[in-house]
Design a protein around this ligand. Structure first.
Ligand code: UT7
Length: 334
C-alpha cells in the first residue's frame, strides 16, 4: 500500500509586542490610511530584544507537538523554513532541535516566503519514501531584524512569527499534490545584499544599509498575482482536482490586494480565501502555517475540507500544496 503524509498537529506563535501603523507614522513618512489601503495591514508583531527566530520556531513547534500528542523524541526529522536564521550557521533547525530535546536530523530550507511550502514538500517526500514516519515542518521568520526602519517602502509590510505542522505517515492521503518553482533571474527584486559570502558585513556595507532587505515592490506584486493562480492550478492538477473542489485558499499573507486579486482570478468566493494580513503583516515563511492555524483554531475547518496553500517570495520562488484536512475540529479547551 502506498504511504501518504497527513497533518496530525498544528501550532503557531506570535511575539507579544504589537507594532501599529500609528507607531510607524512616527518613524517614516507614511500614514495609517496609506498602509491600510495599499496593503490591508493594521498591525504586526515584532520579536523582543532577547528573542530570535529559533525562539519563535520552538514555541510554534511545541504547540503543534502538544496538539498532535507527540513527544519531541517521537519526531524523525525536523525541517525549518526560514530566511532570517539566528545566524548563518548552525541552522535554526539545530537550535530548535536542541531546545526541545529532539533526537532527529534537522535542517533549514531557505526559500524565503515560499519556505513553508518547500519544507512541506521535503517533509512529505521523506514520509512517502518511507525514510521517516513523523516529520515536524516549521515556517519561522523574524524579518523585522533585517528591515530598514528608515525605508517606508518595506518597513510597513513585515512582521515576525512562526507556525508548525506535524506530518505523519497514513494510509489515506492528507497532503496531495505539491507544485514548486523557482526563477533565479528575479533574484535582484527582493534580497538582503550584505551579510553573505558575496558581500560580507563591512563598515562600507553598513553605511550603505546593505545589511537590510531591499525590494522592488511593484514587480513582486505583478509576479505574485500571476504566479499564485498558476501554482494553485498546477498543484490541483497534480492532485487530480480542480479549483471547484477547493473549500479554502490559504495564500501567503503579504498584501490584502494580492490576496483579493488572486481569489478573484481563481474564481474562489472571498469568504473562502483566508486572510489575517491585517493583524500580522507579512511574516514570510511563517505566514501560511500561521494562517492555517488561525483558520483551524477558529473552528471553520472541517475534517475532509480541501485546502490550497500557496506561497511566493524571494528567489524568486513559489509553491502550492493541496491538503485534505484530517484533524478534528478543536475542542473548546484546546
Ligand atoms: O513576501 C514577498 C513579498 N513582497 C510582496 O508581496 C510585496 C508586493 N508588493 C506590494 O505589496 C506593493 O507593491 C507595495 C505595498 C510594496 C507598494 O504598493 P504599490 O501600490 O505598488 O505602491 P508603489 O510602490 O507603486 O508606490 C506608490 C507610491 C510611491 O510614491 P510616488 O512615487 O507615486 O510619489 C511611493 O513612494 O507610494 C509611495 N509609498 C508610500 N507612501 C506612504 C511607498 N511606500 C509608502 C508608505 N507610505 N509606506
Amino acid at each position: 500500500m502506498t504511504t501518504h503524509a497527513s497533518i496530525i498537529g498544528i501550532g503557531s506563535y506570535l511575539p507579544e509586542r504589537i507594532l501599529t501603523n500609528a507607531e510607524l507614522e512616527t518613524l517614516v513618512d507614511t500614514s495609517d490610511e496609506w498602509i491600510r489601503s495599499r496593503t490591508g495591514i493594521v498591525e504586526r508583531r515584532i520579536v523582543a530584544d532577547d528573542q530570535a527566530t529559533s525562539d519563535l520556531a520552538a514555541a510554534a513547534l511545541t504547540a503543534a507537538l502538544m496538539k498532535a500528542g507527540i513527544a519531541p523524541n517521537g519526531i524523525d526529522l525536523l525541517i525549518v523554513g526560514t530566511s532570517s536564521p539566528d545566524m548563518l550557521f548552525p541552522s535554526t533547525a539545530c537550535l530548535v532541535q536542541n531546545r526541545l530535546g529532539m533526537v532527529c536530523p534537522a535542517f533549514d530550507i531557505n526559500a524565503a516566503c515560499s519556505g513553508f511550502v518547500y519544507a512541506l514538500q521535503a517533509g512529505v517526500s521523506a514520509i512517502e519514501s518511507g525514510r521517516a514516519g513523523r516529520v515536524a515542518v516549521v515556517g519561522a521568520d523574524a524579518l523585522t531584524r533585517i528591515i530598514d526602519f528608515t525605508d517606508r517602502s518595506t518597513c510597513v509590510l513585515f512582521g515576525d512569527g512562526a507556525g508548525a505542522v506535524i506530518l505523519e505517515a497514513t494510509d489515506e492521503p492528507g497532503v496531495l499534490g505539491i507544485a514548486l518553482g523557482a526563477d533565479g533571474s528575479g533574484a535582484d527584486l527582493l534580497k538582503v545584499p550584505a551579510g553573505g559570502s558575496a558581500r560580507p558585513i563591512t563598515r562600507d556595507a553598513l553605511d550603505a544599509r546593505e545589511n537590510f532587505l531591499t525590494m522592488n515592490g511593484s514587480e513582486v506584486f505583478r509576479f505574485a498575482v500571476k504566479i499564485i493562480p498558476r501554482a494553485t492550478n498546477e498543484a490541483l492538477a497534480a492532485s487530480g482536482l480542480t479549483v471547484t473542489d477547493l473549500d479554502w485558499l490559504v495564500p501567503h499573507q503579504a498584501n490584502q490586494r494580492i490576496i483579493q486579486t488572486v481569489g478573484q482570478r481563481l474564481g474562489i468566493p472571498s469568504d473562502r480565501v483566508f486572510s489575517r494580513v491585517d493583524r500580522v503583516g507579512n511574516t514570510s515563511a511563517a505566514s501560511i502555517p500561521l494562517a492555517l492555524d488561525d483558520l483551524y483554531t477558529s473552528g471553520q475547518l472541517a475534517p475532509g475540507d480541501l485546502i490550497a496553500l500557496v506561497g511566493f517570495g524571494a528567489g524568486l520562488t513559489w509553491g502550492a500544496g493541496v491538503v485534505r484536512w484530517t484533524m478534528a475540529r478543536p475542542t473548546k479547551e484546546a
